[in-house]
Write a protein that binds this ligand. Structure first.
Ligand code: Q6P
Ligand code: ZN
Length: 673
């Protein structure tokens, strides 16, 4: 199962033929530079090259009107003067004798990509296209867009491939109003967009780009807008919106296909977006979507006007689609107040439609409106000062670090009589631990295990962790006779020797016999057990009343707590512990493994108990990078659970800034309801 790449030089063969400051940034080099970067880095060679085709009239008419199509059809034969005049009826767009041809290829590229993914020829893919699509409407071109490539692809996926639910994630920095209008009243297509808005001061200056446009009629709740009211948003702001809005909603929606309006003007250095998220954020945004819809993801290029930033961002996206280890995002800052306000408003309006957000704070009952006025003033002042400084300062950022695939993807440490799953490398040899470590291990009581066995297993574990640290091995799974004892041994004797921060994710009940106060590890425990007190900043017990089989509760815990904590903590190793009888389902378990790969450059060690070997298959599959099967329709959460989780997040926000989803009290009036 590979990754498709669609590109054709033909789509570089149109350009602006007159002077128009609004359009001069949309240049052919956007496409050629992106493709050349993929060639230079060897990424294009690793993709399945799929040729574009022209979209047919019937396909274009899935979204556009006949009058509009007939109008565009005439443009190849127009004189320069006619083209200029034709262009004038639309905003921020230009026509060229060859643009109709390219627009048919751009839409057709998206359809080729959908065909390749939906028929299982490839797992996922990206189409590099010009002209972009997300602004174009039923009967109008707009914002460099002629045909709405992604909207056409969504209708096509439903019609031709029977997709029942399609998720469109628009991470371009402009609002894809064309996509919103197209699916406004359609519950089968969920459209998510974040966009520079600045309280309607930014193009396309639409009232309906704000957070309160949620869709119409039966489509209510299937349009999710996140307005950015300030420039300069960073990685932490983008990740917060993914964790606290998009991902929970997307998992509840349970799409059959994910389409990405992949614009990279939301990256640092872009003259349009003026944001500060670095190109490697797109590796994470892509990764976080890759376990939806059984991995069926099609990214279609939209904007991106800083050629350096654009090319780097495209490479990060494609490399992630290919399954390479994720870059570490060090030193995340806390989300800014303006982002938090957007987050709070979106969650507050969307909680009516998504049971997974049901317990989100209600902006109407808190004092957000007062704060909004203060925030708006602060934003305006900021904008004014920024305006003066902007012309001088050129943004610089380091080139994204290399993402090296380890020679061995996954390894296992198993008892001699246990079979090793296909594709995993069984570790047999092991390092001599030295007398000190051996005696420390011997001192721990290893139930059910002979002393020699115990030491052999742990010396192999030591080897495994060491090889993960040096990136000789990506991840691994170990079957041990006593998980609790093994965790203790790994975190105290092995892990802390080798890595400075270990994220321990424990599924099921475990008695903790190790100290966590020094921050060398962060323990997040998700279990059905009640009444566990939180012990300090680094031990976080999450209790699900219905147990780990409660999909909604589990997802809320994963996206609302675990992922933001993980991003903020930035571990060097993830230790995923499965306690016997945890009750977690196979699908959820695979989703969890897949999602945790975003941390520690993918270095995850899974610990399971010998008699829990039945889930070895799903575990191995997830470790090897196969997409997790989609979760079944989610059930409504117990009212109590989500509430408890929200209260817990509120408590932890003082220590962990990535858990914030509301504007902080103290800034303006207090927010106690
Ligand atoms: C932005 C038009 C230009 C003002 C110049 C899919 C890609 C896009 C298009 C943006 C058009 N305003 N200062 O379209 O969203 O990036
Ligand atoms: Zn854009």
């Amino acid at each position: 199962m590979g990754t498709a790449l669609i590109y054709d030089e033909e789509m570089t063969k149109y350009k602006l033929l007159w002077v128009d400051p609004a359009c001069k940034i949309e240049v052919p080099e956007r496409l050629s530079v992106s493709y050349e970067a993929l060639v230079r880095t060897g990424l294009s060679d690793r993709c399945v090259s799929v040729p574009p085709r022209e979209a047919s009239d019937a396909e274009i008419l899935l979204v556009h009107s006949e009058e509009y199509l007939e109008g565009v059809k005439k443009t190849p034969h127009m004189t320069l003067e006619d083209l200029k005049e034709f262009t004038l009826q639309y905003g921020d767009v230009y026509f060229h004798p060859n643009i109709y041809h390219c627009a048919k290829l751009a839409a057709g590229s998206a359809l080729q990509l959908v065909d390749s993914v939906m028929t299982g020829k490839v797992r996922n893919g990206m189409a590099l296209v010009r002209p972009p699509g997300h602004h174009s409407m039923r009967s109008a071109a707009s914002g460099f867009c002629v045909f709405n490539n992604v909207a056409i692809a969504a209708r096509y996926a439903k019609q031709k491939h029977g997709a029942e639910r399609v998720l469109i994630v628009d991470w371009d920095i402009h609002h894809g109003q064309g996509v919103q209008y197209c699916f406004e009243d359609d519950p089968s297509v969920l459209y998510f967009s974040w966009h520079r808005y600045e309280r309607q001061k930014f193009w396309p200056n639409l009232r309906e780009s704000d957070y309160d446009s949620v869709g119409k009629g039966s489509g209510a709740g299937f349009n999710v807008n996140v307005p950015w009211n300030e420039v300069g948003m960073e990685n932490s702001d983008y990740l917060s919106v993914f964790c606290h809005v998009l991902l929970p909603v997307a998992y509840e929606f349970c799409p059959d296909l994910v389409l990405v309006c992949a614009g990279f003007d939301s990256a640092i250095g872009d003259p349009e977006g003026e944001m500060c998220a670095t190109p490697d954020i797109f590796a994470h945004l892509t990764h976080l979507l890759m376990n939806l819809a059984g991995g069926k993801l099609c990214a279609v290029l939209e904007g991106g006007y800083n050629l350096t930033s654009l090319a780097q961002s495209v490479c990060q996206t494609v490399q992630t689609l290919l399954g390479d280890p994720l870059p570490q995002l060090a030193n995340l800052r806390s989300p800014c107040e303006s982002a938090l306000e957007s987050l709070q408003c979106v969650r507050s309006v969307q909680r009516r439609y998504w049971s997974i957000l049901k317990h989100a704070a209600d902006s109407a009952t808190t004092d957000v409106s007062n704060k909004r006025i203060k925030l708006a003033k602060a934003e305006e002042e900021k904008a004014e000062t920024a305006e003066d400084e902007r012309s001088q300062e050129e943004k610089v950022w380091p080139e994204p670090a290399e993402r090296l695939r380890p020679p061995v993807c996954s390894a296992s440490v198993l008892p001699d009589d246990a079979a090793c799953p296909d594709g995993l490398k069984r570790l047999v040899s092991s390092k001599d631990l030295g007398p000190l470590l051996v005696s420390r291990i011997r001192n721990r009581s290893m139930e059910d295990a002979g002393d020699a066995d115990g030491v052999a297993t742990f010396s192999r574990l030591y080897t495994l962790i060491e090889k993960m640290r040096t990136n000789e091995i990506g991840n691994g799974v170990a079957l041990v006779p006593d998980v609790a004892a093994a965790v203790e041994c790994v975190v105290q004797d092995l892990g802390s020797d080798l890595v400075s921060r270990v994220l321990v994710v424990c599924v099921g009940k475990e008695e903790l016999n190790y100290a966590t106060a020094d921050g060398k590890m962060l323990v997040v425990q998700i279990s059905g057990e009640d009444k566990e007190e939180q012990k300090g900043k680094y031990y976080i017990p999450v209790c699900l009343k219905k147990g780990c089989g409660d999909t909604v509760g589990f997802i809320q815990a994963v996206f609302g707590l675990l992922l933001p904590l993980g991003y903020e903590y930035d571990p060097g190793l993830v230790l995923l512990v499965r306690m016997p009888g945890s009750g977690v389902g196979d699908c959820m378990w695979q989703q969890l493994i897949g999602l945790l790969k975003g941390f520690a450059k993918g270095h995850t060690l899974v610990l399971m108990q010998t008699n829990d070997g039945a889930c070895m298959g799903p575990t191995a599959s997830a470790l090897l990078g196969h997409p997790a099967p989609p979760l079944q329709e989610l059930l409504t959460p117990l009212p109590d659970d989500g509430g408890a989780l929200e209260r817990m997040r509120e408590r932890l926000q003082a220590d962990w800034k990535m858990l914030q989803t509301t504007v902080s009290s103290g800034n303006g009036e207090t927010a106690k309801s």
